[in-house]
Design a protein around this ligand. Structure first.
Ligand code: G
Ligand code: G
Ligand code: MN
Ligand code: NA
Length: 256
């Protein structure tokens, strides 16, 4: 309760901010897109990460308001970058399972898109396949996903290979991209099964006609492994950390 009040207040007082992590096309080193990641600048505690407050926002239902703020803010930012003649970036936004199952989710999406004069295909929503998404109101979620498709918005499965990511959802959900979970990518060179799992996910994505991106790429060996399997979309500290919009702008101007 207390925490809910505090989070609501934080939203009203502008304590939330987005940082953006580049997604690289390793064939040419260009930035194809960014993932928006939420941060809370707490006046006393400093920087607070989503792991601490997203679960509470989900439990209390505040995620709907917070999630709408994230969507609008990221669309506003993408619009600004378009007008600043920055390259045509893709914006990937994390959406909670709670949001996908809301009957009015598409209304929220439309409100965010109304002010955004970019191609909706530039917007990619990341969905984690959790219990919340899969066990309740699946019909509403499916209807919302189809609505996203009708609007031309892309859908990515986040953290693929962990949790509830059963293959049947690749069949039933209108998915465009798979994000290979960083726990697999991180162990590519460890000599265990992770390398085979990553290779299999890439091959599966290809045969299903889905795009695939590796997240949590940290080393040159991981890059090489992915390259050899024709997975060129990468995201991770090896390339760039999440950064505030102004820092990303300078970074883009320096490397493009
Ligand atoms: O860098 P990091 O600690 O930001 O992100 C950890 C996780 O928090 C992400 O993998 C993602 O699942 C979640 N997350 C980050 N930003 C958002 C957001 O804006 N909305 C939601 N629902 N989850 C987010
Ligand atoms: O949405 P998702 O759960 O995938 O969020 C991405 C999370 O991973 C964020 O917390 C982000 O800060 C973090 N992250 C991004 N790149 C790397 C990386 O190369 N290594 C590690 N350990 N974490 C990363
Ligand atoms: Mn994500
Ligand atoms: Na996630």
């Amino acid at each position: 309760r207390d925490m809910e009040t505090r989070l609501r207040q934080a939203l009203d007082q502008g304590e939330f901010a987005l940082v953006y992590q580049p997604q690289i096309d390793d064939r040419n080193g260009r930035i194809r897109g960014v993932e928006a990641l939420l941060r809370w600048h707490h006046p006393r505690r400093g920087l607070v990460y989503p792991a601490e407050f997203i679960p509470i926002a989900e439990e209390t239902g505040l995620i709907r308001t917070l999630g709408e703020w994230v969507l609008r803010e990221s669309c506003r930012q993408l619009r600004t970058w378009r007008h600043a003649q920055l390259p045509n970036l893709r914006m990937a936004v994390n959406i909670s399972g709670q949001q996908f199952k809301q009957p009015d989710f598409l209304t929220v999406v439309d409100r965010a898109l109304r002010e955004a004069d970019f191609d909706p295909a530039r917007l990619e929503l990341e969905m984690e396949l959790t219990e919340t998404v899969l066990l309740h109101n699946v019909e509403t979620t499916l209807r919302n996903l189809r609505g996203l498709k009708e609007r031309g918005i892309s859908l990515a499965i986040d953290d693929f290979g962990t949790g509830y990511s059963s293959l049947s959802y690749l069949k039933d959900f209108p998915i465009d991209r798979i994000k290979i979970d960083r726990s697999f990518v991180g162990e590519i060179s460890h000599g265990g099964n992770a390398a085979a799992i990553v290779g299999t996910i890439i091959a599966m994505a290809r045969s299903l006609g889905l795009a695939v991106i590796a997240e949590g790429v940290e080393t040159a060996q991981q890059v090489e492994f992915l390259r050899q399997r024709d997975c060129f979309d990468m995201q991770g500290y090896y390339f760039a950390r999440p950064m505030p919009a102004a820092v990303l702008e300078r970074y883009l101007q320096n490397i493009q």
